[in-house]
Design a protein around this ligand. Structure first.
Ligand SMILES: [Zn+2]
Length: 479
């Protein structure tokens, strides 16, 4: 007891003479006022220092960060934070004011009905979404549709029109992707259809008197592409197949509702290599890619995306690492490994630039990629947890790719944040090539940031992404 008092006196005597660096990390928090009693206090000091928060000693990571959870009492709380190297010590108080309040629910978006139906025509970049909901990635997308399609709006929200696709089918479309005009949603008969192979794709053409809205999606087991055409009655009495097809086993037309015609393309193979849907004049054309002639990486083109960049840093880690630089470093290493294996690589950015999502997708389309992977790092409110790695896909046909990437990442012994489907991320929306997103680790986690700050560990992470791509190709070759 006596000894402890002496030590404390010695330290307080030193405090005035030397300073140990100490910065409190505030993240996005702009004010001292908080609305939940459990908070995280994170500090940054010199690696090798010791640290305490509210008297409890904390682990100091190699990045110099340390943190602790604190439980606040209502009103003002002063939490002492102290760092120490040898006899030098720096102490500060973190002020947090906890105000108890009811959790408020955000009001649901209201759709107002339009007095009279409004006629619209789609512009380039138009897409349909299922409802008027949304989150930070926007409302859940049904898919992109071509320009020049006439629609009838029956309702609106602040940013969306509700459009009637049929008697029992409604969708929402961003107001910024349509113009007023046209004659409203047409009701038409489908004309003749044919499918033929051009050697790289099977091309289905369906003649229609006008452009109609459509919804394309994939199914697995068995692998199928389905395209619903709205306002269309089946009058296709000729469905001609010329020559042998590379990927499509058969095409079938099904009148699912009196005004919804669904075109079913059953695939010969278990894994789809992508498809495109659009109009040439008023003819709906569906291009279904064949499996590449060789699945050797040396015969393939792989798209690699480093998330964020330029003016868009993405998430910041507590010690000041930006997501955009970590993403780029890992992506470049993935690209290097792919090129070393003989692959062509199409990167969406090679330096500190911030192309838009549309530009990134165009880069991959122009580069005719066989598959593509986007690389990001995650962020959460809890700096003390190692939440781990996660992979994402939107279309069910891309689940196997995302799963191979995820399993490969988990083989490093990382925590499992999950394999996530139906994900609304923009670079997961294209149907033209298989694609997936890897959220490598959490920038916001003190322990995972320490891993991400280590150049050698970033190389290991990149090697696992490379391996996940190789595993997927092996799976497709085997099945
Ligand atoms: Zn990100």
């Amino acid at each position: 007891m006596k000894k402890l008092i002496i030590t404390a006196l010695a330290l307080s005597a030193m405090a005035a003479s030397a300073e140990v660096p100490l910065k409190i990390y505030r993240g996005d928090q702009r004010s001292d006022t908080v609305y939940s009693s459990r908070q995280y206090v994170v500090g940054v000091t010199t690696p090798g220092a010791t640290a305490t928060i509210a008297g409890d000693s904390c682990h100091v990571y190699r990045t110099g960060t340390f943190g602790s959870a604190v439980d606040l009492a209502p009103g003002e709380n002063m939490i002492p934070v102290s760092v120490c190297i040898g006899n030098s010590r720096t102490t500060t108080d973190v002020r947090l004011v906890y105000i108890e309040r009811e959790r408020h629910q955000t009001a649901p978006t209201v759709t107002e009905s339009l007095g009279a139906p409004l006629h619209l025509r789609t512009l380039p970049g138009a897409y349909l979404q299922y409802g008027n909901g949304g989150d930070r990635l926007g409302g859940s997308k049904m898919g992109y549709i071509d320009s020049g399609i006439c629609l009838t709006a029956v309702g609106k929200t602040e940013n969306l029109y509700k459009v009637a696709l049929g008697n029992n089918a409604f969708a929402y479309i961003p107001r910024s992707t349509v113009e007023e005009g046209g004659s409203g949603q047409p009701i038409v008969n489908s004309g003749s259809a044919s499918i033929t192979s051009d050697g790289k794709m099977d091309c289905l053409s369906i003649s229609l008197p006008e452009r109609v809205a459509y919804w394309a999606r994939t199914e697995i087991d068995p692998a199928t592409i389905k395209i619903s055409l709205y306002g269309v009655t089946n009058n296709t009495n000729w469905l001609t197949q010329r020559g042998s097809l590379g990927m499509v086993e058969f095409v079938d037309f099904r009148q699912e509702q009196s005004d919804v015609l669904t075109v079913v393309l059953r695939l010969k193979e278990k894994y789809s290599w992508g498809f495109s849907v659009g109009y040439k004049d008023n003819t709906l054309t569906v291009g279904v890619r064949h499996r590449p002639a060789s699945l050797a990486l040396s015969d393939l083109t792989i798209g690699v995306d480093a998330g964020h960049g330029g003016a868009f840093p993405g998430a910041w880690s507590p010690s000041g690492l930006s997501e955009k630089e970590v993403n780029l470093d890992i992506a470049k290493e993935v690209a290097r490994l792919l090129r070393q294996a003989g692959a062509q690589v199409v990167m969406t950015r090679e330096g500190d630039t911030g192309p838009s999502m549309t530009e990134r997708k165009q880069t991959w389309l122009r580069g005719n990629v066989d598959l593509a992977v986007s690389i990001h790092n995650n962020s959460s409110g809890n700096p003390l947890a190692s939440l781990g790695t996660s992979s994402y896909y939107k279309h069910i046909s891309n689940r196997a790719l995302a799963s191979c990437l995820h399993e490969s990442m988990l083989s490093l012994g990382l925590a499992d944040f999950g394999l996530t489907g139906n994900f609304n991320f923009s670079l997961n929306s294209p149907t033209e090539y298989p694609n997936a997103l890897v959220e490598v680790l959490f920038m916001s986690s003190l322990a995972e940031e320490e891993l991400l700050a280590d150049p050698d560990y970033r190389k290991q992470l990149a090697a696992k992404i490379f391996q996940g791509i190789a595993d997927y190709l092996e799976l497709v070759a085997r099945d």
